[in-house]
Design a protein around this ligand. Structure first.
Ligand SMILES: Nc1ncnc2c1ncn2[C@@H]1O[C@H](COP(=O)(O)OP(=O)(O)O)[C@@H](O)[C@H]1O
Ligand SMILES: [Mg+2]
Length: 246
């Protein structure tokens, strides 16, 4: 469903992505882990098209998207949630979801009044509000929501594009343990047809939620495997213990 083939990216003299390859089947729950600065977000920026790779290729569903802009990739089924806040705080949950629907269709917000009247958009917003656990908060203003609920809504915005592949960059960052648990359950409960790729820097968090893990270190794939293989790897232990000692 999503393939990366020997992606490379440098910022000046700093080689941030080195020959990174991924091959992620439909329905996977794939985690990308690694210490801070390992190049995880840069990899997502390459996959989503916010950055152009220096070398390598990206394919979604066997289609080469390496040179397509982000909005074209989104329409081919690649959707991401951002670590930075992407919400309209003074609008309701429902309006934020409807606006995401409009953005995903590429119409621009000036069509908002006409498109907001579409029944199917309301139905879709309600379905997704259910998936992200915010069905009872549809009419609440986003600014009134807890931090955790706002992050849940960000996942909802990405889902409004009806992606095949959902990229989540540290969906639990800054959350309390309770909020983290809620977010991970939400991700577990997403439809199995959806392919989910999740960045997480706390590797313990993803062990029970990923079926495969890629470990990045200094922009390189240190290892890829099932959670038990990764946990048992000396190289991975060293990388993380080294990071914690710092
Ligand atoms: N736009 C940029 N220009 C220059 N350096 C960058 C840029 N984006 C990221 N970096 C650097 O690339 C490295 C990897 O960053 P990043 O991909 O954000 O890592 P991670 O998400 O794993 O913490 C870091 O050293 C970071 O400072
Ligand atoms: Mg990051």
């Amino acid at each position: 469903m999503l393939r990366a083939d020997k992606l490379c990216k440098a910022f000046g003299a700093l080689q941030v992505t080195r020959d990174v390859s991924l091959d992620i089947p439909q329905g996977a729950r794939h985690a990308i882990i690694g210490p801070n600065g390992a190049g995880k977000t840069t990899l997502f920026n390459l996959l989503a098209g916010e950055l152009a790779p220096d070398a390598g290729a990206i394919l979604i569903d066997d289609r080469d998207i390496t040179h397509l802009p982000p909005n074209r990739r989104a329409r081919l089924g690649l959707s991401r949630s951002f670590q930075k806040n992407n919400l309209f705080p003074r609008q309701s949950v429902q309006d934020n979801l409807l606006l995401a629907d409009i953005a995903a269709r590429g119409y621009g917000y000036r069509f908002w009044p006409r498109l907001a009247a579409r029944k199917d958009a309301y139905g879709k917003a309600a379905t997704i509000a259910g998936q992200i656990g915010l069905i009872d908060d549809m009419q609440r203003g986003v600014a009134e929501l807890s931090y955790g609920a706002q992050r849940q809504l960000e996942v909802g915005l990405a889902l409004m594009a009806e992606p095949k592949v959902l990229l989540l960059d540290e969906p639990t960052s800054g959350m309390s343990p309770e909020e983290t648990g809620r977010m991970l359950r939400l991700i577990d409960d997403l439809p199995r047809s959806l392919t989910v790729v999740m960045i997480e820097h706390d590797m313990d968090l993803v062990f029970n939620h990923a079926d495969r893990i890629t470990v990045l270190n200094y922009g390189e794939v240190l290892m890829e495997g099932q959670p038990e293989e990764v946990r048992g790897s000396d190289a991975v232990q060293e990388t993380y213990l080294g990071g914690e000692a710092e």
